[in-house]
Design a protein around this ligand. Structure first.
Ligand SMILES: [Zn+2]
Ligand SMILES: [Zn+2]
Ligand SMILES: [Zn+2]
Ligand SMILES: [Zn+2]
Length: 365
């Protein structure tokens, strides 16, 4: 296996914000989405959580053109998730949505030639050239503040967040209101660039049993570390309980990511996902409703990304073993700017047991 390259891995990288704008076709985590197609953004309704019906927040996007298809000269996959931890359920992806957007080289959003990499003029072309965007989430903002008539929102929820977060005061001095301010921390996830690199597997010895158990404990801790009621000592017995049940698939999972423990994305279009568990693999991958071709695995989001998100400190946070994205194998032509694709969530088997145990429920819910 030495030197075999088959999977592209994504890692977070701190980058200047201007490099992460639509104009430069970034792969990134957090902040506002850097929309690819700029004229026909998803509607506010399309970006609602299927569980609580509130707006989703942008999680990440992966720039992934198909070099053999002219209509996919530019192509980006966008992932959104519900911020509300109580919508996050084991092995259930109702709180996550994925969209595909693609453009030929000759398109009405960007110039034919690649842009010069410079800070000045980084905002344009961007979706804000053509639309009012929600100040809180960066999605379409069809609703305007009745006071200043300058602040736009996707929803009442986001207007309320902004009002409490300072717009109440700002609204009165309406000359200074800017349409568009990405505020991380309150609602948005912290922003990072995603750097993609090939996974080169070397013939390293497999990690010891002890190492795997330690890694597993770390992962479980990561899931709870953001929790306000987190108590490392209390948690020890829960972890012991969970590690007893780690399954074979999880060992394989840890062995494979051992060489690159910081990976947050595994991109392997048409390949086989790296399962975290032998249970709850997605069944019945659908056909593309637009062209009838089979959907195929495209990429997965790894649990390591959770470490960078600083998810909610109240209540149960969002969580996953891995998030799996399946998309049209042909990446077929689309009339819409954004087409919804399929997503699945797979969690560590033992975590289900732990989370349903009386001691966990008492402590963390
Ligand atoms: Zn929700
Ligand atoms: Zn919004
Ligand atoms: Zn206002
Ligand atoms: Zn299709």
């Amino acid at each position: 296996m030495a030197g075999t390259v088959c999977v592209e891995l994504g890692f977070v990288e701190k980058s200047p914000k201007w490099k992460l704008k639509s104009k430069y076709f970034p792969s990134k985590v957090g902040g506002f989405p850097a929309w690819l197609e700029l004229h026909n953004l998803p509607s506010s309704d399309e970006l609602l959580c299927k569980v609580c019906k509130k707006p989703l927040v942008f999680l990440c996007q992966v720039y992934a053109p198909f070099t053999d298809k002219e209509h996919c000269f530019h192509r980006t996959m966008f992932v959104f998730v519900c911020r509300d931890g109580s919508c996050s359920k084991e092995n259930d992806c109702s709180n996550i949505k994925v969209f595909r957007s693609q453009l030929s080289r000759d398109n009405n959003s960007y110039p034919f030639e690649a842009p010069k990499e410079e800070e000045s003029g980084c905002e344009s072309p961007g979706a804000a050239d053509f639309h009012n965007l929600c100040r809180i989430c960066g999605a379409l903002g069809p609703k305007v503040c009745g006071g200043c008539k300058k602040a736009w929102y996707c929803s009442r929820e986001h207007q309320a967040i902004d009002w409490r977060g300072g717009h109440k005061k700002e609204c009165k001095e309406s000359d200074t209101v800017q349409n568009f301010t990405a505020k991380e921390g309150s609602f948005l996830f912290p922003e990072f660039e995603i750097e993609m690199e090939p996974e080169e597997l070397e013939n390293e010895p497999n990690p010891s049993e002890e190492q795997i158990m330690k890694d597993y404990e770390d992962l479980l801790r990561t899931g709870n570390a953001n929790n306000s009621s987190y108590d490392p000592e209390d948690e020890a017995d829960l972890i012991k309980m969970a590690t007893k049940e780690t399954d074979k698939q999880f060992r394989k999972f840890r062995t494979r990511i051992n060489q690159y423990p910081d990976q947050i994305i595994r991109y392997d279009r048409g390949g086989e996902p790296l399962w975290v568990s032998s249970d709850n693999k997605p069944k019945d991958i659908p056909q593309c409703p637009l062209c009838g071709e089979q959907k195929q695995f495209e990429f997965q989001i790894m649990p390591q990304l959770l470490v960078h998100l600083k998810a909610d400190s109240t209540g149960r946070s969002i969580d996953w073993g891995t998030v799996l994205v399946y998309s049209c194998s042909q990446s077929c032509q689309q009339d819409k700017g954004y087409v919804e694709e399929s997503v699945y969530k797979q969690d560590y088997t033992p975590v289900t047991d732990v989370m349903n145990s009386p001691s966990y429920v008492k402590r963390f819910k």
